[in-house]
Design a binder for this molecule. Structure first.
Ligand code: NAD
Ligand code: DAU
Length: 346
């Protein structure tokens, strides 16, 4: 049985991926995660008893620990999720994004190459392509044009992957996915933030005119796509992943309020995110044609199930909404913050 190193496995998508891998039963998993504010071992509760699962608390920038982990555990493949992932935080402080997303990826690539890892999947994002007008969709040939410090740091990491493949023939594969939603998403991101606020009858802060478009995909479909790429993708290739499921933010927030039976009066327009990308849409034709991937979760079902998950897991939500996240939220949205949303948020 092969052993896969998953970085960032305690985060939103990483924890869903680790669960999916363990359920498939074909591999052992080493979850390497620094447990930043976004990492939460509760996302993996139950897995700790699985003998095929091991957790290493570590930073991808810690070269010695990365090397030790890669060389001592019989690891043959790496799936790299670990990142600073929130655009707003990258606007407030880009340095952590440069450090983790670029330098951390370089360290992982270099140590994985030296350890003769056989497959390295870089989990990237559609944000590296920049913003679209009213028509069209990103293909793998769309030029990189990142707009936020987050997107620029991910694009830089993608280019390092490209260089490691070109220069060293290191078997790197890059995936670029659109916006994910589903269980265990940290409530700084649009969907869980809006659900959490609505549950407390707090204002729902919609940036700008709310007409920005995102292309939503259920996290389980993203994880299946990443795993198909890991198993059957061609080294050196890029695979776009997306659900053909575009929605304006304002419409999405309205849908959430309808599902929750709350009034749309909770919607509050706040100043726009600086440099806010207007529209994302993914053309997933290549992964469909090459690997036979299709999304399985319809948006209506997925969104309703996601809302239900947050309703059923309010203890989880409360725990992550306390502590450091609270301070961040107050700074971002509270009185005097960039998006002063009124009511003394938190
Ligand atoms: P997340 O913020 O929920 O989780 C990130 C995880 O990485 C956390 O567990 C955190 O502790 C860990 N981490 C952060 N810095 C680290 C470091 N220096 N060393 C080790 N671990 C570290 O993020 P997510 O939303 O699950 O995204 C996972 C990956 O998928 C990211 O690379 C992101 O760019 C990419 N992605 C996300 C989406 C999305 O919609 N969320 C879409 C496309 C791609
Ligand atoms: O497209 C993939 C990307 O999707 C990933 O690479 C990122 O890691 C992930 O965070 C996500 O980025 P976005 O910036 O699109 O996601 P976010 O949930 O922050 O915002 C979604 C949209 O909602 C965006 O247009 C901004 C808007 N928004 C967001 C928040 C947090 C609001 O209107 N109000 C808010 O409070």
């Amino acid at each position: 049985m092969k052993t896969i190193l998953v970085t960032g496995g305690a985060g939103f998508i990483g924890s869903n991926y680790v669960r999916q891998l363990l359920l498939a039963g074909e591999a052992k998993v080493v979850n390497y995660d620094a447990l930043t504010y976004a990492g939460n071992l509760e996302n993996l509760s139950g897995c700790e008893n699985d003998e095929r699962y091991r957790f290493v608390k570590g930073d991808i920038r810690d070269r010695d620990l990365v090397r030790q982990t890669l060389t001592s555990g019989g690891i043959s493949e790496v799936v790299h999720f670990a990142a600073e992932s929130h655009v707003d935080r990258s606007v407030e402080g880009p340095e952590a994004f440069v450090s983790t997303n670029i330098l951390g990826t370089e360290i992982l690539l270099e140590e994985a190459r030296r350890a003769e890892v056989e497959r390295f999947v870089m989990v990237s994002t559609d944000e590296v392509y920049g913003s679209l007008g009213d028509a069209g969709a990103f293909t793998e040939r769309t030029p990189l044009a990142p707009n936020s410090p987050y997107a620029a740091s991910k694009a830089s990491a993608d280019l390092l992957c490209r260089a490691f493949h070109h220069t060293f023939d290191f078997p790197v594969l890059v995936t670029r996915c659109s916006n994910n939603y589903g269980p265990f998403q940290f409530p700084e991101k649009l969907i869980p933030l809006m659900i959490a606020n609505a549950l407390e009858d707090k204002p729902l802060p919609v940036y700008g005119d709310g007409q920005n478009v995102r292309d939503w995909l259920h996290v389980s479909d993203h994880c299946r796509a990443v795993d198909m790429v890991r198993r059957a993708g061609v080294a050196g290739e890029v695979y776009n992943i997306g659900g053909c499921n575009e929605l304006k933010n304002l419409d999405l927030v309205g849908l959430l309020l309808d599902i929750l039976g709350k009034s749309r009066d909770l919607i509050t327009f706040v100043p726009d995110r600086p440099g806010h990308d207007r529209r994302y849409a993914i053309d997933a034709g290549y992964i469909r044609a090459q690997l036979g991937w299709e999304p399985e979760v319809s948006f209506d079902q997925g969104l309703a199930a996601t809302v239900q998950w947050y309703l059923d897991n309010q203890g989880w939500l409360q725990a992550v909404r306390s502590g450091r996240y609270r301070a961040y939220y107050e700074d971002m949205y509270g009185r005097g913050g960039r998006h002063d949303a009124g009511e003394g948020e938190g």
